[in-house]
Ligand binder design. Structure first.
Ligand SMILES: *Cc1c(COP(=O)(O)O)cnc(C)c1O
Length: 409
């Protein structure tokens, strides 16, 4: 049994043997696939001869990325989609209908918040927002139409961590689905299955794609939720059993709403996955070195990274993410003007709004991502004018520190 994430990733067999014994999975840029006979294509449409037919439904290169994710996470079934937002929206559409509600962490990735507040509400699906780090606040919101509890493994830029096993127990007591967005904590440091999460969604655009090359999303069904318990999935559960959720997603959403990952993107994701563990480890080491540097620099008034001992969520970071809670950190200077001056002087760290690129990226959330929110809302959400968010990359730590040092000067 291979233990290392990287060894396993490099040795996951192709779904079909390559005729040339290629070591890398070929990119199947083909919309449609040929059948040997009219009988064969008819058998395929009856569900009796599994094969790729049309790449909006399935594709061999995408299938291999899915096979790798499935093997690496120990999932029951997975589905790769065009983006992280496609993964989240398809999941919600598959489990909710008009009149249903979900309970969600209140600090969310901005477009997820917009999806819940603006898009799903237009279809009569209500979201009840709550601070999921406080377990006792969740239960009173549950009613007979509650279909899921949803939150992010590490919120950003607040960097809060909820206790997953406790919330999983609560969800199980009420037969409600638990869905977690694990984008910030990739599968090399986090096992959603081990913590009792039923469904994991992630943006593979971030850590998995690696070089910020392409958009992708992933839905992981750990196979531990009884789909008969969700009235919207019940008919599928009776027909497909444990495969109900992914079957419903594939038949009613992925294909019909046009959310497929492309073969070319899957190729980037496959390559990114093989070196994921190395990159995440390097980012973490850099975060720790930067954290120590910030802590001893008098110009820096505050630093947050849950990998640092003594911070509020350190113990949960150790328990849930092997002590590696991703590579997003925040730090504060005396004023917004000081932040801008500092950011403008940086030469290696780039000013951009993405996360988990190989390059280190910095942003001032207060004046950008949250600029439309009122002052009171920003305060409530912990978005300070003095705070910057740093997504730490794989550069040499000494180069990052030198860049910061000269920019603070
Ligand atoms: C980026 C991100 C998403 C959305 O992913 P896209 O691939 O950009 O659609 C969702 N959740 C989190 C936590 C993210 O960081």
């Amino acid at each position: 049994m291979m233990k290392s994430f990287t060894t396993r990733s490099l040795n996951i067999p192709f779904p079909k043997k390559d005729p040339h014994n290629a070591l890398a999975m070929p990119i199947y840029e083909s919309v449609a696939f040929d059948f040997a006979s009219a009988e064969d294509i008819a058998a395929n449409f009856r569900g009796e001869l599994p094969a790729h037919v049309y790449s909006r439904t399935s594709n061999p290169t995408v299938e291999y990325f899915e096979a790798k994710m499935k093997a690496l996470t120990g999932a029951h079934q997975v589905l790769a989609l065009t983006s992280g937002m496609a993964a989240i929206s398809a999941t919600m559409l598959a489990i909710c209908k008009q009149g249903d509600n979900i309970i969600s962490g209140k600090n969310l990735f901005g477009h997820t918040l917009s999806l819940f507040e603006q898009s799903l509400s237009a279809y009569g699906i209500e979201t009840r927002f709550i601070d999921t780090t406080k377990l006792e606040l969740i239960e009173p919101l549950i009613d007979k139409n509650t279909r899921a509890i949803y939150f992010e493994t590490v919120t950003n830029p607040q960097l809060e961590i909820s206790d997953i096993s406790q919330i999983a127990e609560l969800a199980n007591n009420h037969d409600i689905l638990l869905i977690v967005d694990s984008t910030i904590t990739p599968p090399s440091v986090f096992s959603s299955k081990a913590l009792g999460i039923h469904v994991e969604v992630m943006s593979t655009t971030k850590f998995i794609s690696g070089g910020a090359t392409s958009f992708g999303g992933m839905i992981i069904d750990n196979g531990i939720y009884d789909w008969n318990k969700n009235p919207n999935c019940k008919a599928f559960a009776q027909k497909f059993g444990k495969d109900a959720f992914i079957a419903r997603l594939r038949k009613n959403y992925y294909r019909n709403f046009g959310m497929p990952m492309t073969a070319h993107t899957a190729n980037y994701m496959i390559a990114g996955l093989d070196i994921l563990e190395l990159r995440v480890e390097r980012c973490y080491q850099n975060c720790m070195k930067l954290g120590e540097y910030f802590q001893q620099n008098p110009k820096v008034t505050r630093v947050d990274y849950p990998g640092l001992k003594g911070t509020a969520y350190y113990d949960l970071a150790v328990k849930q993410f092997n002590g590696i809670p991703g590579s997003v950190m925040t730090f504060d200077l005396g004023s917004q003007e000081e932040c801008f001056r500092f950011m403008n002087r940086l030469q290696i760290i780039r000013r951009a709004t993405n996360l988990n690129d190989n390059k280190s990226l910095i942003i001032h959330p207060y004046s950008t991502i949250y600029h439309e929110f009122t002052e009171a809302d920003r305060q409530e959400m912990g978005i300070r004018p003095t705070m910057m968010r740093l997504s730490v990359g794989i550069e040499g730590a000494e180069d990052l520190i030198a860049d910061i040092e000269q920019a603070l000067g």
